[in-house]
Design a protein around this ligand. Structure first.
Ligand SMILES: [Zn+2]
Length: 472
């Protein structure tokens, strides 16, 4: 808008006009004070979240490069041992031990760096986040030695065990305060898979009495459900032999021989040996490929094509270049904060922000870093990625979802309604769901109007996946 500010006649009228505008603007500003405050908090939260995600992903990339370099050094150590006629390779074992430790120390450094980045950008510690990680650290120290006796590496002397190391790193970081919670944690014992209770859309459908959602996604459950005892058990997945951190995992695995590497797109141990020679800057005997060692490799279940993770109708600008088409190691973080509103009775306004970033790089070609299976120093930069294209749990950024799934649901499954937590939005929806008259209303409505339930949107929707995983 162009204001009549200078050099025109009818000054008096203009002045009155300007005054009026000023008064109106002042009122608007006053009325919008809350909005301004919310916007300021929101902007600060966003930049802090972005900085935290980038810092974490950067350390994931640095750690992968370190592990890649150690793989090269291990090849050199085995080559040298062979040329001396050795049959065992203690130097190579020491290098592999360092790699095993880096799989935890690297991601924990990423966690520390992301908190620093968040706080440097104006984010505050969130006591819920700190508590969650402190409790998990305690659980690692107390329960993991029993649940996972096969530890990722062995200390001499032991204790402290590998689980003591990992658990206390978590506790130390939690004690310093967590401002940006890792949003794509994958615990070794976790719920994964298809179950209505693990689908956030189920709760949304209850909250909005969206009977058509039930018609398309859970009609038989709506028809046959009687009580919480009817639920199928929650699908639990238990990591058989953990070697990756649960937070900011690098998604690695171990192979005993270069022949065991999985190469999508062809190649064999000798191809990898040629690559190792390039990085080592010296020739390596082909015997290296037949020595049993501990090579750190990309886990194919994690380092699959990125395009398999990107939602079907995701508005991605351009296409993913082939060398960047990997899921790999990514870092998603969540910030939750609130601002008090000045308007009386308006209460608190929650501001949530999630961000994700990932290390990018490629091998000569260019080809994907995981092209030959073996970890090599390939990562060159870190970039923000859309959160919907990051790895994570179904509920994503939604406040309280993780706590509901990990803490409330197991109790509810064993004790029913009495175990539902007051103050949890998801538990409130379950309480509504347990009310037989609520479900009957839906059945009655569907009996009459189910023909109104047309699937809107393109293919791939309404399949029980719950639409967008992370809204902002
Ligand atoms: Zn709950």
């Amino acid at each position: 808008m162009k204001l009549p500010l200078q050099g025109h006649p009818r000054r008096g009228q203009t002045l009155i006009y300007l005054l009026m505008i000023c008064v109106i603007l002042a009122l608007v500003v006053l009325w919008n004070f809350d909005l301004q405050k919310i916007i300021a908090v929101k902007l600060r939260t966003q930049s802090a979240g972005d900085a935290a995600a980038v810092a974490a992903a950067r350390w994931q990339g640095i750690t992968l490069n370190l592990i890649g370099t150690l793989n090269v050094l291990q090849a050199v150590a085995i080559h040298d041992g062979l040329s001396r006629g050795q049959t065992s390779f203690p130097e190579a074992e020491l290098i592999a031990d360092l790699e095993a430790r880096l799989c935890y120390v690297g991601p924990m450094t990423a966690l520390a760096a992301s908190q620093l980045a968040a706080k440097n950008n104006g984010a505050y510690n969130n006591s819920d986040f700190s508590q969650l990680l402190a409790q998990h650290g305690a659980k690692v120290i107390q329960e993991y030695p029993i649940d996972f006796p096969d530890q990722p590496y062995t200390n001499f002397p032991s204790p402290p065990t590998a689980w003591d190391n990992y658990g206390s790193m978590l506790q130390v970081l939690a004690a310093q305060g967590i401002a940006a919670l890792p949003d794509n944690m994958q615990f070794y014992v976790d719920y994964r898979g298809q179950h209505l209770l693990l689908n956030p859309s189920f709760y949304d459908a209850i909250a909005s009495a969206d009977w058509c959602w039930f018609y398309h996604n859970a009609y038989s459950t709506l028809q046959t459900y009687h009580s919480w005892r009817d639920w199928d058990p929650l699908p639990i997945i238990r990591e058989p032999r953990p070697i990756n951190s649960e937070i900011f995992s690098l998604g690695l695995t171990r192979v005993a021989q270069l022949d065991d590497l999985r190469m999508v797109g062809g190649g064999n141990a000798q191809t990898v040996l040629r690559l190792l020679e390039q990085y080592a800057g010296r020739p390596l005997t082909s015997e290296v490929a037949h020595v049993t060692a501990q090579w750190y490799a990309y886990d194919p279940s994690r380092w699959r094509p990125w395009t398999t993770l990107i939602p079907q109708d995701f508005p991605f600008r351009g296409t993913v270049r082939p060398e960047y088409d990997y899921v790999g190691a990514d870092a998603a973080v969540r910030l939750e904060t609130w601002t008090d509103r000045a308007t009386p009775g308006a209460g608190r306004r929650w501001v949530t922000w999630t961000a994700a970033a990932k290390p990018f790089g490629y091998l000569e070609g260019p080809v994907r870093p995981n092209r030959y299976g073996l970890v090599l120093p390939a990562f060159k930069e870190t970039r923000l990625i859309p959160v919907d294209t990051a790895t994570g749990l179904g509920g994503g950024t939604r406040p309280g979802w993780t706590t509901h799934v990990r803490e409330h649901l197991p109790e509810y499954m064993s004790q029913g309604l009495a175990a539902l937590q007051p103050g949890c939005w998801y538990c409130e929806q379950l309480r509504v769901w347990e009310d037989a008259s609520f479900r009957q209303t839906g059945l009655d409505w569907l009996e009459q109007y189910s023909d109104r339930c047309h699937i809107t949107g393109g293919p791939g929707r309404g399949g029980g996946h719950g639409g967008t995983r992370r809204g902002h």
